[in-house]
Design a protein around this ligand. Structure first.
Ligand code: FPP
Length: 245
């Protein structure tokens, strides 16, 4: 006689009531694979970005729930403007809708929304909305950095130019760190890249000097809280030596 063995659903850290410890405060995500995810379903790339945005919200809530203090996501790079106009417009629309949603939900959320990148490129009203939501959520404990029109090289160059404007003759590492868009956030402990590529793509170049990387083939729209747990388990299995022994 055959019968199906009842499969036990794997529990997430949150299901088990577990939280991260002091070794892990900040996770950053390179959310790659939206386009391929859509194409595999015979859909336009924009469809993948809509699902990617839903995944981003789910993963954000999960990271906050398991006790992370900082999360940074790469939503749009300084190079992404090269994409077809229709795709750029869709991502910008998703982004704009998301900001409106944040305003509606910010009372009950624990999130301090921050936008990092060269924001001057955006229309004035969008810049004002980003500044307003940042200001109005500044007292919340979970810091979510959303990188838009962000490039690591641009960020470092911008920091150096600010220091020149301030009249600095000699620049220290601390000077550069304190003029990056991430300001007072500690560097990411762990950077997760989905979508099967093994590169940093100009993301957090300065801040990632001693970050641990975790790469997975999973396409971003499919990325789940259990996959966050797997990345965290891999992180806890590593020894961080910061150049020592
Ligand atoms: C990379 O996948 C993804 C992007 C360049 C855009 C990411 C945008 C979102 C997840 C939605 C907007 C985010 C917010 C903050 C609301 P890809 O298009 O390069 O995928 P591919 O490698 O399969 O082509």
């Amino acid at each position: 006689m055959f019968w199906k063995k009842k499969q036990k659903k794997r529990q997430t850290m949150a299901d088990r009531g577990e939280r991260v410890d002091e070794r892990l405060k900040h996770i950053a995500f390179i959310m790659d694979g939206n386009g391929r995810w859509a194409r595999r379903r015979g859909m336009p790339r924009e469809f993948g970005h809509s699902h990617g945005a839903a995944t981003f919200k789910k993963i954000g809530r999960y990271c906050e729930k398991i006790g992370l203090q900082y999360m940074t996501v790469y939503a749009f790079s300084t190079e992404n403007w090269k994409r077809p106009q229709k795709e750029v417009d869709t991502i910008m629309k998703i982004f704009d809708d998301y900001i409106e949603e944040c305003f509606l939900e910010m009372e009950e959320d624990n999130v301090h929304f921050r936008f990092i990148g060269n924001l001057a490129i955006f229309p004035d009203d969008l810049q004002e909305k980003m500044a307003k939501i940042d200001r109005e959520t500044a007292h919340k404990p979970f810091i979510l950095n959303i990188a838009v029109n962000y490039g690591g090289r641009e960020e470092i160059t911008n920091a150096c130019n600010e220091l020149i404007r301030e009249g600095k003759q000699v620049i220290t590492e601390a000077d550069i760190s304190s003029h990056l868009y991430t300001l007072d956030c500690p560097p990411p402990d762990l950077i997760v890249r989905t979508g099967g590529e093994f590169r940093s793509s100009n993301f957090l170049l300065w801040q990632s000097a001693y970050s641990e990387y975790y790469f997975t083939d999973i396409l971003w729209p499919d990325f789940s809280p259990l996959d966050v747990d797997d990345a965290i388990a891999a992180f806890y299995g590593r020894k961080r030596r910061y150049g020592g022994v």
